[in-house]
Design a protein around this ligand. Sequence first.
Ligand SMILES: N[C@@H](CCC(=O)N[C@@H](CS)C(=O)NCC(=O)O)C(=O)O
Length: 221
Amino acid sequence: MSLTLHAHPLSSFCWKVLIGLYENDVAFENVTVNLGDPEVREAFRKLSPMGKMPALRDTGHPEGARDETVNETSVILDYLDLHYPGPVRFTPADADAAWRVRFWDRFFDHYIHHPMQRIVADRLRPKESKDGFGVDEAYAQLAKACDHLESVLADDRAWMCGDFGLADCAAMPALFYANKVQPLAERWPLSLAYLERLKARPSVQRVLTEAEPFFQYFPEA
Ligand SMILES: N[C@@H](CCC(=O)N[C@@H](CS)C(=O)NCC(=O)O)C(=O)O
């Protein structure tokens, strides 16, 4: 197998890439990385200098010899578009359509996914190291982003930018876990409906089924 994804079934950013791989039925080996183990964490730095999951290894390709390690989820999906294309094109070839998709990809990563991560990370901290100020800021950022998303989804779009693509791969894990820390039903019904549409896709169902045994480790509060 030439493609290996180093990932963890519970990791939200790994989901973003897994959804892409499953959408296009790309063959790959899924290697679970347990960053809780200091030795594994140190070894993983060889694949991901910043220690962030997922990392994609490509050690061969039908077009010719290849030995690449690709980091950063949006870049991994670019790499798949380029070298392992399928029915879903994550970022359109047309440059004017592409910048819109990239905007929404950045929007979900920076303004929904990252604040959600800060909130969850704080739950895992020891009592004496909690960052109440940072958590309040993260909730405010999340609410501002969901307000904006809600206004945009009012035009009845199914996916963020026409066909399902990169922005939707980014949206699913961000909204799924955001909904756990800040229930969308309270104020953002269109965002919740969008999350439900995402969850109905077979690629996402598969990701959720694989993550199911690990949900017990998610810090609910
Ligand atoms: N910008 C990165 C973010 C990846 C990321 O935050 N991954 C998390 C898992 S969801 C991680 O590896 N965290 C481990 C750590 O920070 O030590 C990307 O898009 O790939």
